[in-house]
Design a protein around this ligand. Structure first.
Ligand SMILES: [Zn+2]
Ligand SMILES: [Zn+2]
Length: 157
């Protein structure tokens, strides 16, 4: 997918209390970050304070997190639950876990120490995108959450 994927990568929150390392220690599947893209759902807009968030997913087993992370749980449109993780010290949004993607952790792209290599591949939940969010016309747009081939079946919440 992204030719410039650097392999193991690190990141953390704004204040530095939360750090994570992905791939170097327990990267078991050898896969690159999955589903990199921009989410325009209203929950992400509310949680981030911006027009959309940019994130991607990795297997839970691939990431090691240290520091004070708190998760806020909310309901998703599809009837599941979404948990958004943030640093309790500075409030930076860092992680996401959803009943729609069991076994995976979403990472907020901007929290990486070097986010520049990521190649977002899509826009999702575009039906709630703000009129002032300008999207790359070369990327596919999905009005809601698309079905991803190879993704584990939803746990049913
Ligand atoms: Zn922090
Ligand atoms: Zn969203």
């Amino acid at each position: 997918m992204s030719a410039s994927f650097p392999g193991p990568f690190t990141g953390g929150c704004l204040c530095g209390a939360v750090r994570y390392e992905c791939g170097a220690v327990r990267y078991e599947c050898g896969a690159e970050p999955m589903m990199p893209g921009h989410c325009h759902c209203r929950s992400c807009q509310k949680a981030s304070g911006g027009g959309f968030i940019t994130a991607f997913a990795v297997p839970e087993a691939a990431i090691e997190i240290t520091g004070p992370v708190k998760y806020h749980e909310s309901a998703t449109d599809s009837g599941g639950t979404s948990r958004r993780g943030f640093c309790t010290e500075c409030g930076s949004r860092l992680f996401g876990r959803s009943s729609n993607m069991p076994g995976l952790v979403a990472i907020m792209a901007g929290s990486m120490d070097d986010p520049s290599w990521l190649e977002p591949g899509m826009n999702i939940f575009t039906e709630s995108a703000q009129p002032w969010s300008h999207m790359d016309p070369a990327l596919p747009k999905f009005p809601a959450l698309p079905k991803f081939p190879g993704m584990p079946a939803p746990s049913g919440g």
